[in-house]
Structures are given as structure tokens and as C-alpha cells.
Design a binder for this molecule. Structure first.
Ligand SMILES: Cc1cc2nc3c(=O)[nH]c(=O)nc-3n(C[C@H](O)[C@H](O)[C@H](O)COP(=O)(O)OP(=O)(O)OC[C@H]3O[C@@H](n4cnc5c(N)ncnc54)[C@H](O)[C@@H]3O)c2cc1C
Length: 371
């Protein structure tokens, strides 16, 4: 693409900070940089016409981990590391709420519950037995008991008659949250160029040369926030992980309100006003879902529909309105990789299934690497 003198001088010269990826991590990184460097030139490059990974595709759970997920994490990390991760998620959520305001993203703290299928009572018992332990571990973060037991008040079927509930979980309107973040960036003179894919970069010591599919330029510092697509630009322990969701048409007299988890977080559903959004099932085909291609598959959509019909909305007639997918980044560990790659290049990637909360915090940590 041939650039004019004006385009070169006003858009692509004297760039102090360039961020690759306009998801929740990249935009929060840009905002944190702006706070510390009010006069700098900040540029965000995004390959999609909208953010095209997970941040505009997710389920909008403002969550920090259900009890079974946290117990599962203890199989691969120490108690101290698990608590640290929850703390970052929790702080990230508070930061997101502070930066945008609850109203702008339609934040509602209805509470979150984990349901347990009837077929596996031992798993349910194990989670019940560990409530006090996990509450004790999380006491320094929340100063209150995080998990309690509640009766099945929503009439779900095929599950144990009680849920494990946390009042600290909420839900947001993901679209509104991302719109608000983008508007805030624009107000803070952070320039975002869409439909621009970064193909390569080179740290030359005092600058970074950046090659996109449209033009080349240089920047003082480069921040990579490309999550599930990270392996295109760097070699770290992060693989793409597709996640599929569906949403119903509006339902008459829908009583279900809140966010719900099933099977160690592999399934999740919530109300969006009077609709149900339901996603998950990646565990049915891990290798097939290790992809950067968007799309839905029969095996996963069929299982979602089966659970919707038999567990979530038994005896209710409903129609599916839309289906879509998004791409996350996962690896051996659940904590994000936030580190320098060279003197002037940094990355903040591997935001898994709880990225709304931790993405905000990761963006801030990523920006701080350049201090
Ligand atoms: C279906 C689904 C449901 C989810 N539900 C929840 C939930 O309820 N709660 C929760 O906390 N988390 C949820 N998540 C996870 C959460 O959405 C992610 O962890 C979070 O959005 C990650 O943000 P990010 O900015 O790091 O990555 P992304 O949002 O993926 O942003 C990365 C961006 O980089 C761009 N990019 C990539 N490569 C390049 C390149 N070479 N050049 C330019 N741009 C590039 C991509 O287009 C993308 O926009 C869900 C995810 C999915 C997919």
C-alpha cells in the first residue's frame, strides 16, 4: 500500500508504543501506557474489522473461577499460586469496573453457581467437602466466604439438588464493554488501525521495525497482545483454543438469572435479558478445537443442544437464534505469559477462559514491563 506524505507523518511516524491486538488485553495495555505517558504516540494494530479473537465473542461472565476449576488448578499449581491467580482476576474485574463504570457495560452481580450433573455424585461430594478449605485460602482476597451451598431454585433437571454459589460473580454485556473500551481509547488519543495484520517485527536495538500486510514502520516499543494467535509471531507455550456458543431467541417468563458453570467450567450458561446464552464442550474434541479457524461443529453443537433441552430448559419450548465461536489462548498453565521478548518487545498472551477479569490486569502488567 502506497502511503501519502500526510499518512506517513501523521499516522506512522514518531510512534512511541505499538500494541498488536485490540482485544481486552491490548486495549487495557494502551490505556495503562497513556496514563503514564500522556504525550506519547500510541498505535494499536488489529487484523480484524472488529477485534477478532475472544474479546467480542465471549459469554460475558465476570468471574474468577468456580470451585471445581479452582480445585482442578490445585492439581497443577500450589495453593499460593492458585490464590495469586484468583487475586489478579479479582483485581482485574475491579479495575475494569473502575475504568468503564458498571452502567457502561451493564454489569450485574446476580451471583454465579456451579451445577453438578447427577451421574457423578463423587465429584459433587469432593467439591462440597472442599468449600471450607477454598474459602479459607481465598479469605485474604475477598475477606468473606466466597462459596456457599444453595438449593436448585431454577428447576434445572438431571443435576444434584444443590448448587455451589458465589455472590461475587457477575455478568456483563460484552459488546457494550468492548464498545466502551474502544471509545475510552479514542478519547485518550489512542489510534487504532483495523484490518491491519502484523506479519513480522525486528528489534534493531534502539527501535522495532514492524512489517504489516499493508505497510512498514518503526516504533520505540512493541507489545504483543494477540492471545490465541500468538504462535504466528512468537514461540511461547500458547495454543489456540476455539470455543463455541449459541444463544436462544427470547423466552417467555424466563426465571433463570445469573451465571452458571458445569463440568469444571467446560460448559457455561447465563441469561441475556430473556434469552439463554450457552457455550462450551471444547473437551469433546480438544484436538479439533485447537485451531485459529472460526466455526461450529456438529459434535459440540449437538451436545450443547442436548444439555439445553434436558438440563437447562426442560419442558420449555425454545428456538436457537444464533451460533458463533471465538478463539482463546491456552497452555500448560492457566496464568498469562507476561514478559519481555527482547529489549523493546513484550508479550501478554495466554488468556484462557477467564480473560475478562485477568485481561484487564494483564494489559496493565504488560504496559508496566516498559517502565
Ligand atoms: C466463546 C468464548 C466465551 C468466553 N467466555 C468468557 C467469559 O464468560 N468470561 C471470561 O472472563 N472470559 C471468557 N472468554 C475468554 C475471554 O474472552 C478471553 O480470555 C479474552 O477476551 C482474551 O482477550 P485478549 O485481548 O487477550 O485476546 P483477544 O480478544 O483474542 O484479542 C487478540 C486480538 O489480536 C488480534 N490479532 C491477532 N493476531 C494479530 C496480528 N498478527 N496482527 C494484528 N492483530 C492481530 C486478533 O484479531 C484479536 O482481536 C471466552 C472466550 C470465548 C472464545
Amino acid at each position: 500500500m502506497q502511503l501519502s506524505y500526510w499518512e506517513k507523518t501523521e499516522w506512522l511516524s514518531g510512534i512511541d508504543f505499538t500494541i498488536i491486538g485490540s482485544g481486552i488485553t491490548g486495549l487495557n495495555c494502551a490505556l495503562a501506557l497513556r496514563e503514564k505517558h500522556p504525550k506519547s504516540r500510541i498505535l494499536v494494530l488489529e487484523k480484524g474489522i472488529l477485534p477478532q479473537g475472544a474479546s467480542t465473542k465471549n459469554a460475558g461472565f465476570a468471574c474468577f473461577g468456580s470451585i471445581s476449576e479452582l480445585l482442578d488448578d490445585l492439581n497443577t499449581s500450589t495453593e499460593e499460586d492458585m490464590v495469586k491467580l484468583v487475586e489478579k482476576r479479582w483485581k482485574g474485574l475491579q479495575l475494569l469496573r473502575k475504568n468503564l463504570g458498571d452502567k457502561k457495560m451493564d454489569y450485574r452481580q446476580y451471583g454465579g453457581q456451579e451445577l453438578f450433573l447427577k451421574g457423578n455424585p463423587q465429584f459433587f461430594e469432593a467439591c462440597l467437602e472442599n468449600i471450607d478449605r477454598i474459602n479459607g485460602l481465598l479469605q485474604p482476597v475477598f475477606n468473606e466466604d466466597v462459596f456457599t451451598v444453595k438449593k436448585n431454585i431454577f428447576g434445572f433437571q438431571g443435576i444434584q439438588d444443590r448448587y455451589i454459589f458465589t455472590p461475587f460473580e457477575g455478568q456483563i454485556n460484552t459488546g457494550k464493554m468492548m464498545q466502551a473500551l474502544l471509545k475510552l481509547c479514542s478519547r485518550k488519543d489512542i489510534r487504532i488501525l483495523n484490518a491491519t495484520e502484523v506479519l513480522d517485527f525486528k528489534d534493531t536495538g534502539n527501535k522495532v521495525a514492524v512489517k504489516t500486510d499493508r505497510f512498514e514502520f518503526s516504533t520505540e516499543k512493541l507489545f504483543i497482545a494477540t492471545n490465541g494467535f500468538a504462535s504466528n509471531l512468537l514461540k511461547e507455550d500458547v495454543l489456540p483454543a476455539r470455543a463455541q456458543v449459541l444463544v436462544t431467541k427470547p423466552l417467555k417468563n424466563l426465571k433463570i438469572k445469573g451465571t452458571f458453570h458445569l463440568e469444571k467450567g467446560y460448559y457455561y450458561f447465563r441469561n441475556i435479558q430473556d434469552r439463554i446464552l450457552f457455550g462450551g464442550g471444547r473437551n469433546l474434541d480438544i484436538s479439533g478445537e485447537t485451531t485459529i479457524e472460526f466455526g461450529e461443529t456438529r459434535i459440540i453443537q449437538d451436545r450443547l443442544e442436548e444439555i439445553l433441552k434436558t438440563v437447562i430448559l426442560p419442558g420449555t419450548s425454545y428456538e436457537i437464534d444464533q451460533r458463533w465461536s471465538g478463539i482463546m489462548g491456552v497452555g500448560k498453565h492457566k496464568d498469562p505469559i507476561v514478559k519481555p521478548l527482547s529489549g523493546n518487545v513484550y508479550c501478554g498472551v495466554r488468556l484462557g477462559g477467564i480473560g475478562i477479569a485477568i485481561g484487564t490486569w494483564t494489559g496493565k502488567e504488560l504496559a508496566a514491563l516498559a517502565d
